[in-house]
Design a binder for this molecule. Sequence first.
Ligand code: ADP
Length: 764
Amino acid sequence: MAPCKKLTIMVDPIDLTNCDREPIHIPGAIQPHGVLLVLHDPTLEILQVSSNTRTLLGLAPEDLLGQSLSKLFSAGQIQQIRQGLAEDFESLNPLQLSVDQGERSRHFDGIVHCIDSVIILELEPRGDLQSPDFIDFYHQVRGVITHIQKAPSLQAMGQVVVKEVRRMTGFDRVMVYQFDETGAGSVIAEDTHQDEPYLGLRYPATDIPNQARHLYTLNWLRLIPQSQYEPVPLVPALNPVTQAPLNLSLAVLRSVSPLHREYLRNMGVAASMSISLIKNQQVWGLIACHHNEPNYIPYDIRTACEFIGQVMSVELDNKAASEDIDYKMHVKSRLTEFVNALSQADHFLDGMARLDTQLLGLVNATGAIVCSGNQCIGFGQTPHDDDINALLDWIKPRFDQGLFKTQCLMQDYPAAAAYKDIASGVLGLEISSIHRNFMLWFRPEVIQTVNWGGNPNKPVEIAADGSLRLSPRQSFELWQETVKGTSLPWKASEIEAVQELRNLIVGIVLRQADELALMNYKLQRSNEELDSFAYIASHDLKEPLRGIHNYANFLMEDYSEVLDQDGVAKLQTLVRLTQRMEDLINSLLHFSRLDRAELQPQPVDLNDLVQQVTATLKIARSQNDIEFRIPQPLPQVPCDRTQVTELFTNLISNAIKYNDKAHKWIEVGAIDPSEAPPPDSSPITASPVFYVRDNGIGIPPQFTDKIFQIFRRLHGRDDYGGGTGAGLTIARKVVERHGGRIWVKSTPGEGSTFFLTLSPEKTI
Ligand code: ADP
C-alpha cells in the first residue's frame, strides 16, 4: 500500500515519458476508411496520395500523382473546392463530391484544409447524395444546448452530454473524462448499456501522452471507426514540397499511434471517438466514446457532436462559477467577521482569538494556529507545541509568495508522519515575516481508496529477450490503491480566500499603525506643551514664592514682639507652607527638566550603579539595620547613567521609607521576561526585567497605578519621612524615556515589588 499517491509514482524507476516523444502528428499514414490527397497550391496538381486510392477511387496512386484534380472531379466540383479554399473552408466542410467510376458515381464528404503550403483534401465515402442541411443540424443540437445550459452542476451537464452524444452516434459507451492537475483523469459522467460501469474510475496521466494532449487542442474531434485497421501509407512518403513527412495534425483521417491502438484493443474497444473539452486554451477533459464493434460516424453527425463539445467547453466556466458562487458568498461573510473582530482588537492575536470557528470554517480545516512574534494560539486540533515550532522552522523558507500548501506533509517532511491524523494537509500563510506573523491551517489524513482503471504503475512489459517495452496497460480490471498520509486537497477557492484574508489583515494592521502614529504625534505634542508649561510655571513661580517666604521670616524676626502668640503661630505655618510649596515646585521643575536633558545612553554596569546608590542611601540615613540583597550580579545595559541612578535611588529609598518591619530587607535583581508577572494583557518581550523588592508596608491594589501620578501620596504629609509624591513619576519618566515600562505588584502588609524594563518591546 502506498503512503502517498505521488510516492507510488516516484518509486517507479521506469521513464514513462517515452510515449511523450512519439511524433504522432507525422505518422506517414492514414486510417483506411477514407482517402487523402495532397494538392499543390494553387494549381491543385496531385502531389501525394494515400495508397488506398484504387479501392476507394478506382485509380492507382501512380495514375493520380502529378495529375490535375480534373482526373477525379468535374469542373463544377473543382470550382467548389477552389471557392472553399478562397473562403472560410471550415464552414464549407464537408463538400459534397462525387467521383465517376464507370457506370456509377461514388459520393464522398470532402474535407479540405491547408497546412505547410499544401492543400489536404480528405474524402470519406458517404451512402447517398443527400446533404445534411442547416435545419437538420439545428434540430440535432437545439434541445441539447438548452439542457446543457440549464444543467445545475458540472455533473448534471456531463450527464446531459453523454446521453445526447450516445443517442446521436449509437456508441456503446459515452463518458466525460476530466483531467486533474497531475494529468490523471477520472470518469465523471457516463451513459452505457454495458454492465460494467466506468464511472468514478481514474486513469493515470501516462495513458495520454503530452503531444496527444496538444493535438486535442488543435483538432477537437478524433474518430477511429475501426481500431484494428491496417494503416494506409502515403505515396510518396515525404511531402514533395517540403521534403518532410506530411503534417497530419489537422487531418481527420490521421493514423493513430500503434500504442493507442494496442491500448484500445486491450480495453476491448473496436471503435472510438473523442471530443476535446477545452477550458482556458487547455484540455480540461474529453467526451470519450467506445464501441465493441466497428462504428463509422458520418461527418455531419461528428460536427454536431463537436459543436456539443464546444458548447460544453464554454459552459464549463459558467458551471464552475455558479458552483463557486455559494462558497464565495460564504467566504465573503466570514471575511467581514474577520475585519470586524480585527479592527476592534488592539492586538492581532487578541482579534484572531475571537474568531475560533470562523477561522477553521474559512477553509474547512480541523485545526489552525496563529503566530505573532514568539506567541502562538491554536484552534481545533493542532500538533504539539514542539512539533509546531519545528514545522514552522521548516515551512518558513518554503513560503512561495507568502503561501505554503501541501496535501501530504509527510511526503516532504517525514517527521509529520507522527501527527498525520491531525495535519496531513497544511495550508500556510505568511502575513509578515518581520513581525513573524503566520497562520497555518491543518487537515487530517483521509484514507482514500482510488479506483484505477487497471494498475497505473504497470505500463511496462518485459519482453522475451529481457528488454523493457513500454506498452499500454494490458489490464483494465478495477485496481484499487489505498492512499495514506494525504488529506483532502485545498481547493483553489480556499487558497484564494486565505490570500484575501492576508490582504485584509495587512490593510487593517497598516491602518492601525497609521492611527497609532497619528495618536502618538498628538500625544507627543501635548506632552511637550505640558512639559514646557510645567517648566515655565515652576520656574516663574519660584521667585515670588521665595519673596513670600523671606518676608514671612522678616516679619517673624522683626515683629515677633508686637504680635501675640496666635499671630506668631500663623506666621510659622506660613513659612512652613511656603517651604512645602517650594519643595513641590522644585520637584516639578526637576521633573520637567528630565525631558529637556538629552538622553546619554552608554553601557552601564548596573551592579556598580546599584551598589553606589545603596551605599549613598546608607550613609544618608545612617541605617545599618537594612539588609540589601543582589542575588545575582546585575547585567551591563545601555542607558543614561545619571537618570537611571535617580530611578534606582527613588525606588530603593521608597523601599526603605515605606517599611515598618524590625528587620527590613531590599532585593534588587534582573530576571527573564517569562519569569515576571506582566503588567497587563500584553506580554513582556523586552529583556531583562529588573525588580526592586521590599518587605515593607505594601500598596493596596486600587492604588498600584495611581502612585505613579505626580504629587500622589498615600499617606499624611510627614508620615514615613515625608515626600512630595514625585519620586515614582520621575522613575516612570526615566523608564519611558528608555522605551521601557514600570509597574508594581504588591501585597499590603507583606511588601512590594517594582518591575521595570529599560529597552523597547521587541514585537508588535
Ligand atoms: P513620595 O515617596 O515622595 O511620597 P513617590 O512618588 O515616590 O512619592 O511615591 C508615591 C507613593 O507611593 C508614596 O507616597 C507611597 O504611598 C507609595 N509607595 C511608593 N513606594 C512604595 C513602597 N516601596 N512601598 C509602599 N508604598 C510605596
